[in-house]
Design a protein. Structure first.
Length: 392
């Protein structure tokens, strides 16, 4: 059953007391996790609700450090700062030695760890690491097509494509232009979102996960999925990246068309929410389905709505803020972890990859916590608790 804005408005809204209580619980869990995840990092997703330890080699480690910095902002406890600074050294080592960085996820890794650390503490190693990460991302910019190649070796015809997730990696380029005065980083980011939104946004306002570009002509060719249910479905997390990604690029560039794109992808997301407001992993599925949810998609979308609401006219801003708070209420009620003895994550019922007969992935992190869901959940909370300077 499709939602409408009228039906959504009938749902309860998270109160200030509920938001503060949820943040207190999240900070408590992050504090307990410092013992295991200062010298090591949590893996991308829990296994049986517990995060295994891993090295700093995946695309997801920044999300954990982002949680640590939010906890530091909420408490000013030096224990969180100490862990964050230890992570800065890990990220500086990783980028200097080019450890597992042959991909576009520099923003996910370095915005939440090093840009955040620099903004909060003035740490010069954090600034250096973030700029080096931006250099690495900028090197993936392809003049033929004007985009950032997501995966694989540069100019590999089999991997000459972009993915919607990359919209969240663009802010590190905007930020680097600001701190260095070199506008080429922001220019590449702007070109990428222009290309990406022409490729991934469909006529019905759903989005492709990934889109190929012709290596010779630079023209878009084929939209497919790597993690959605099928090529023409709307993968919930991808749709959420579209929401937040358009909001972030508007923050930096103030181009009116990004507001229009935001409305399209956001309204599609809202109108396809199930009865409890926690999306399934793909919008092919609706109320009553036995398929798993993806709570992380909701958390990302909430952050995007709260960010764009800063730039909208009052009535529209209030509408999206109210919907975001209703979705957050649903996450607190249905997905927030309340028992550290059985789970060391923050937000349950996420999905990393869900296998279908139309996609090439395998089941990973299905109905588990994942680090990005945990991070965006904390970001949503802090946005509603204080005047927060974003890390992106």
């Amino acid at each position: 059953m499709a939602q409408t804005f009228e039906s959504i408005m009938k749902y309860p809204t998270a109160t200030d007391t509920e938001i503060k209580s949820a943040m207190d619980k999240a900070v408590e869990i992050v504090r307990k996790n410092l013992v295991d995840f200062t010298d090591m990092f949590p893996a991308h997703a829990t296994k049986n609700n517990i995060y295994p330890k891993t090295e700093n080699t995946d695309w997801t480690e920044g999300f954990w450090t982002g949680q640590v910095w939010i906890a530091y902002e909420m408490t000013h406890d030096e224990a969180f700062k100490k862990t964050g600074e230890a992570h800065i050294q890990s990220f500086l080592h990783r980028i200097k030695n080019k450890i597992c960085v042959n991909h576009h996820d520099m923003g996910f890794l370095f915005s939440l760890s090093c840009v955040a650390g620099y903004k909060l503490t003035g740490n010069e190693d954090a600034k250096e690491a973030a700029i080096l990460a931006a250099d690495n991302l900028a090197s993936r910019y392809r003049e033929v097509g004007h985009f950032l190649q997501a995966w694989g070796n540069i100019d590999d015809p089999a991997e000459y494509r972009l993915i919607i997730d990359c919209l969240l990696n663009l802010p590190i380029l905007y930020w680097t232009s600001e701190v260095t005065g070199d506008k080429s980083y922001a220019h590449k980011a702007e070109n990428h979102i222009e290309t990406a939104m022409k490729c991934v946004l469909r006529p019905d306002n759903s989005t492709y996960h990934t889109h190929y570009i012709d290596l010779k002509t630079g023209e878009p060719t084929t939209g497919v999925t790597r993690q959605g249910n099928r090529n023409d479905s709307a993968w919930a997390r991808g749709q959420a990246w579209g929401i937040y990604g358009t909001a972030l690029s508007y923050k930096y560039l103030k181009k009116a068309e990004y507001i229009g794109q935001f409305r399209k992808v956001t309204d599609y997301f809202i109108e396809h929410l199930p009865d409890d407001l926690v999306p399934y992993w793909d919008f092919d599925f609706d109320t009553g389905s036995s398929e798993p949810r993806d709570s992380s998609a909701a958390a990302i979308a909430i952050c995007g709505m709260l960010e764009m609401s800063k730039y909208l006219e009052k009535e529209e801003a209030e509408k999206y803020t109210e919907i975001a708070k209703k979705m957050l209420k649903a996450l607190i009620k249905h997905c927030a972890n309340k028992d550290y003895n059985t789970c060391n994550g923050l937000l349950k019922h996420g999905v990393y990859c869900r296998k279908s007969k139309f996609n090439p992935c395998r089941d990973r992190g299905v109905d588990e916590c994942n680090t990005w869901g945990d991070y965006f959940y904390m970001e949503a909370l802090i946005r509603l608790l204080k005047d927060w300077e974003i890390y992106w």
